[in-house]
Design a protein around this ligand. Structure first.
Ligand SMILES: Cc1cc2nc3c(=O)[nH]c(=O)nc-3n(C[C@H](O)[C@H](O)[C@H](O)COP(=O)(O)O)c2cc1C
Length: 255
């Protein structure tokens, strides 16, 4: 199956068999992660491969007891990482004795740094999903690790300015969910504000059919998504990030 056909048939896999990913395939995935594009080639991300069962169990609990984290062969944690930039700055300063006092201290306490890290980590995560797919390996993103960002920090002893962005479960699925219908999100030469609500209304009907087939007759796109947003608005995620990004812009916003 070619790459586009695979992409069009892709679904998140939440049920895995015991089949192991070969070392050869894992090495291919590692190389893809290392080669992914990053802002300025700054490489503001790291990835931790987790195949230890106890660690996967802990990550599953942090993520709200998602069983596919334990079941999968390999979990990969993607981190926004400004620790590397901080150490690169130390090297730069050591090698450039003439730099001014003002230049000595790099600041990461801004939204920009956090976004660079998040974008780099996310691009490498998607490269992983694509590489896995091309090798016939199933996957599922796990964003819920961010709900316990400080627990993840403790588990891996992460230094400051290293924050979890997303995890990915990898393995061989033993049952495939029906593909979820998707709303159109691609426009040409304009952003058609006046047609978007109608598109959502049509999508409500389509998603209600999907959920009805999956024994959840009252569910729809809006229902499903907005319930999740109301939960996240509790602020737990932001508090967690504040712990990991010391003196950051989030702190200054609170004052
Ligand atoms: C950033 C991100 C975080 C996600 N987090 C989770 C998660 O914690 N657990 C989970 O089971 N699926 C998670 N997903 C998968 C989505 O639920 C899934 O992509 C969406 O429902 C569409 O289904 P599909 O991938 O099968 O098309 C996440 C996806 C993304 C992109």
């Amino acid at each position: 199956m070619d790459f586009i056909t695979k992409q069009l048939n892709r679904v998140s896999m939440r049920s895995y068999s015991n089949k192991k990913i070969s070392e050869l395939d894992m090495n291919k995935i590692k190389n893809v992660i290392n080669e992914s594009a990053t802002s300025y080639n700054g490489q503001q991300f790291s990835a931790i491969i987790v195949n230890d069962k106890t660690m996967k169990e802990k990550l599953s609990i942090i993520s709200g007891k998602q069983k596919h984290i334990i079941e999968c062969d390999t979990f990969i944690l993607f981190l926004a990482d400004f620790n590397r930039i901080s150490l690169a700055n130390d090297i730069y300063v050591e090698n450039n004795k003439e730099v001014s006092e003002k230049e000595l201290t790099l600041k990461y306490d801004n939204l920009n740094s956090l976004l660079y890290g998040f974008v780099d980590a996310t691009i490498s995560a998607q490269a992983t999903v694509d590489a896995a797919s091309s090798l016939g390996i199933d996957s599922c993103y796990i964003g819920a690790i961010r709900n316990g960002a400080s627990e993840v920090q403790k588990l891996f002893n992460l230094p400051n300015y290293v924050v979890p962005v997303v995890g990915i479960t990898l393995g061989y699925g033993n049952k495939t969910d029906e593909r979820k219908p998707k709303i159109n999100k691609v426009y040409t030469n304009c952003y058609p504000q006046n047609q978007i609500k109608e598109e959502i209304n049509n999508y409500e009907i389509e998603t209600n059919k999907y959920y009805t087939n999956h024994r959840d007759a009252n569910n729809t796109y809006a229902n499903n998504t907005i319930k999740a947003y109301r939960m996240w608005n509790s602020g737990k995620f932001m508090d967690s990030l504040t712990l990991l990004w010391p003196n950051n812009w989030l702190d200054s916003k609170k004052k």
